[in-house]
Design a protein around this ligand. Sequence first.
Ligand code: GLU
Length: 290
Amino acid sequence: MAVVTRFAPSPTGPLHLGHAFSAILAHDMARAAGGQFLIRMEDIDHQRSRPAWADAALDDLAWLGLTWDGPVVSQQTRLPAYRAALDRLAQMGLLFGCSCTRGDIRAALAAPQEGALPFNEGPDGPVYPGTCRGKPVSDGAAIRLDLTRAVNRVRDLAFVETGPAYGGTHALQPLEMLSWVGDVVLARRDMGTSYHLSVVVDDAAQGVTHITRGEDLFDATQIHVLLQALLSLPTPIYHHHRLIRDDQGKRLAKRDDARAISKYRAEGATPADIRRMVGLTDPECPQPRA
Ligand code: GLU
């Protein structure tokens, strides 16, 4: 199998050491296998994305010594593909329109109905209580996946994971997903898509075979594997890497400019210094499976 990896930053702030780690792992995995390394800008959030951050990210990546194949894909150009995926899921009867605000969801969770699922924090926040389930998809409303119907359509889903914490084959637990994932948003009202939908559609369209991402996305990966099955898309091999943390042990966030690659560059660090800082002298080099 030709190995295709990718790095998919959201251009909403500077790249920091955590991004460097993710990008280097994905890059080195592709290069070691004679495969391709792609870059995709996850810029569906047009309120927060800035072309200047995308340019700065590419500049940092080139400075790190990474080379990429083909043009950089912008998700803003891919909205028709996301729409087509939504249409397909709608035809399968798996979507509903949701006009709940965050406040509505909080209020519904504070006064649970009989038979409702217990309050759980899922990959996207509190698990949706199902208030709008069954409503038609309509303009100006968010679109959610009816997870109960979705998991009833799929059987025996599993994915292969090569990372240090979760390495092995993971079977999806559809019934458990009902309580800790719930009816995820597939299209936000202001975007017409969502992270989960776009990432699945684009990884498939770009032929990505190995996805390297932080272990904080392990739960999100399970949503992606479910969507791949529903949309008849291939499931890549996943590598969830350890997170790069600050001195207090907190994981780095986008706004953590203190760990921005550009700051280290300005202070005279070399790309080799950055590799050392993220522990890449330790052997955590993912080995792609053929
Ligand atoms: N845009 C996402 C991020 O920056 C990509 C993560 C992924 O799907 O691997 O966290």
